[in-house]
Unconditional design. Sequence first.
Length: 90
Amino acid sequence: MNSRDREIVDILQEECAEVIQVVSKCRRFGIDMSYHKDGETNRERLTKEVGDLQRMIDLLIQFKIVDADAVKQASEQKAIKLRTWSSIYS
């Protein structure tokens, strides 16, 4: 892995951790709870963190660290599993 790709993966890891942290706050305090000094709600913070994560996913694809078609296929497979094993789609 070259230095650019390593940096993308490193930032991806950080963004995943930040999403996890915000999700924990949503579950603990409520998604519409505002506890930040800036008045931002957990929903707004989650939205920003998911956007940051999406950018890193886009970069993984743009720089061919992962294959776009394979990512799409994996996403479709996950949807099938969720329809089978979760109540999200019911």
